[in-house]
Design a protein around this ligand. Structure first.
Ligand SMILES: [Zn+2]
Length: 164
């Protein structure tokens, strides 16, 4: 005999003993003891057996998804803290800024601000793309976490100079 076949109502009877009427399938109590709620539950259970199962595995997946999203947020938060802690704003009196993905030193007049247009030294990529000479970039961040050798910004770009 399986557990399914042995399932009984189990609700307390007038004598105080659990009801021993056998129940089947989705039923949670026998016809005598089932409340409206029990009947509604059993009906929903029967109807949604496969549907509910699928939804259950979907909500399992979405909870894994939200865990991933939480972890991603947490990692970003910690990266930001690490960035703040390790960001260098000056090297030997020169201001350090980022232009796009790269960091540069600035020894020119005044402090650079985010959004300032500057002339970047030529490198092999800019030479290939735009020919020889400095290219125009826009300061995207103040300070940098980059630890390697930094090139110097050539100068401020005038409004007339087109962005590379
Ligand atoms: Zn019963």
């Amino acid at each position: 005999m399986s557990a399914q076949e042995q399932k009984t109502c189990g609700r307390p009877t007038r004598s105080g003993k659990p009801c021993r009427v056998r129940i089947y399938g989705s039923d949670v109590a026998c016809g005598t003891h089932a409340t409206d709620e029990d009947r509604a539950f059993a009906a929903a259970h029967r109807r949604g057996w496969s549907e509910g199962y699928e939804q259950g595995s979907k909500s399992g997946a979405s909870s894994a998804q939200s865990k991933i999203e939480w972890l991603e947020r947490r990692v970003k938060e910690l990266e930001q803290r690490l960035d703040d802690a390790t960001r260098v704003h000056e090297i030997a009196g020169d201001q350090v800024v980022e232009v796009g993905r790269y960091a540069y030193r600035w020894r020119g007049g005044g402090r650079l601000e985010v959004g300032d247009r500057v002339l970047l030294p030529e490198n092999y990529v800019s030479r290939m793309k735009n020919g020889p000479g400095p290219t125009v970039g826009v300061v995207s961040a103040l300070g940098s976490t980059y630890r390697g050798e930094l090139s110097f910004i050539v100068g401020r770009a005038s409004a007339a100079e087109a962005e590379a």
